[in-house]
Ligand binder design. Structure first.
Ligand code: SF4
Length: 384
């Protein structure tokens, strides 16, 4: 029987310091804490051995946190362990998230030797004032050094993370960030708008009633930045293949496409999410809860119920419509054994008549105008 494709996510929740806007499960840790976490992680991965023979690993993603904070031999060990358990696709995409200020030539060479072939660098902005305001640990110069070292180490697939709609940010500053980064010619650029999440220092300072103090760009400027990003990066050979992700041809993130196309993925580590055999399950994000959760992860997966057909259909629409490829009637039929429910046909017809979706060759996707109101559109695919 042919093996099924699998994506693997490994969460490494360690950072030099907490950025002021960050609500991920992450934070600083000493070497003992990191070593203890790695022991639990290793056991958690091992506990899924029983299902390993039916899968072939197509992608691995080390996320966090800042995976480049841990000693590189941990990355080597984790990849060796995965390889001992799973068959790997010949051209498996193996990504590691890293932050400038935490990389050096030796680490990068070790990652390459271990098989890491894609690097995702968190830059966010080229402006020192913006980096400082976000609580980032690095300067633009640090980023440039890391980028050059990564190229020298042989990384031919690099993503750079950027952030727009920052406090006091002008269109001119955002353009400068985009232009400077595109001139370096990374294969992939992710560009997200800042959002102020509860539980972050930003929220404490500026949340609820105090948001005005942050001097955030208004909705109109935020959308103008978003539109400019597509236009400018398009002129530089990047195409937007998901709401916030841009790639040179052939460099779309295969790992993230697994998420958006409801492929199978398993997540190991604190706060990691999985979608396996139609079941959604996750580890808790609290540090204290992970030891117990890591020991019971496999049993919890076994005991979980597959999501309902209704939930799966809604997710298929929400996630698929985030991508430029959109959704397909044929895919839907294959996955659910039926055509779109009447409600979807009605909504899609209305959206098409309003120029909010486009269709061709059996595929349907959001237009630029549709993306601008995507929150409202996607809610229309909640089934009655
Ligand atoms: S480096 Fe990333 S994960 Fe770590 S605190 Fe900053 S934004 Fe969060």
């Amino acid at each position: 029987m042919p093996k099924k494709p699998l994506s693997v996510y490994i969460h490494l929740p360690f950072c030099v310091q907490k950025c002021l806007y960050c609500d991920f499960a992450s934070g600083p840790a000493g070497t003992d804490e990191i070593a203890a976490y790695m022991r639990l992680l290793t056991k958690e991965i091992r506990s899924f051995e029983a299902i390993a023979s039916i899968y072939r690993v197509e992608t691995v993603f080390f996320g966090g946190g800042t995976p480049s904070v841990v000693a590189p031999f941990y990355i080597v060990q984790l990849l060796n362990q995965l390889r001992s358990q799973y068959e790997f696709a010949e051209k498996a995409e193996i990504t590691l998230e890293a932050n400038p200020g935490t990389l050096n030539a030796e680490k990068l060479v070790k990652y390459r030797e271990a098989g890491v072939n894609r690097l995702s660098l968190g830059l966010q902005s080229i402006h020192e004032s913006e980096l400082k305001l976000l609580g980032r640990i690095h300067s633009y110069e640090d980023f440039l050094e890391s980028y050059e070292l990564a190229r020298q180490a042989g990384f031919a697939n690099i993503n750079v993370d950027l952030m727009s709609a920052l406090p006091k940010q002008t269109m001119g500053k955002w353009k400068k960030t985009l232009e400077t980064v595109a001139a370096l010619n990374p294969e992939h650029i992710s560009a997200y708008s800042l959002s102020i999440e509860e539980g972050t220092p930003f929220y404490e300072r500026y949340g609820e009633g105090r948001i005005g103090r942050l001097d955030l760009p208004g909705e109109e400027l935020d959308r103008a930045m978003y539109h400019y990003t597509k236009e400018y990066l398009g002129s530089q050979g990047y195409s937007r293949y998901e709401f916030s992700n841009y790639a040179k041809k052939g460099f779309e993130s295969r790992h993230n496409m697994t998420y958006w196309t409801l492929g199978d993925y398993v997540g190991f580590g604190r706060a990691a999410h999985s979608y396996l055999e139609g079941k959604r399950f996750a580890n808790p994000s609290e540090k204290e809860a992970y030891p117990e959760a890591s020991r019971t992860a496999y049993q919890r997966f076994r005991a979980a119920s597959p999501q309902s057909e209704k939930d799966a259909m809604e997710e298929y629409m929400f996630l698929g419509l985030r991508t430029a490829r959109g959704i397909s009637r044929e895919d839907f039929r294959k996955r659910f054994g039926r055509s779109f429910p009447k409600q979807y046909e009605k909504e899609l017809l209305e959206l098409y008549r309003s120029d909010l979706v486009e269709q061709a060759g059996g595929r349907i996707w959001l237009t630029d105008a549709g993306i601008d109101v995507s929150n409202i559109i996607l809610a229309r695919f909640l089934l009655d």
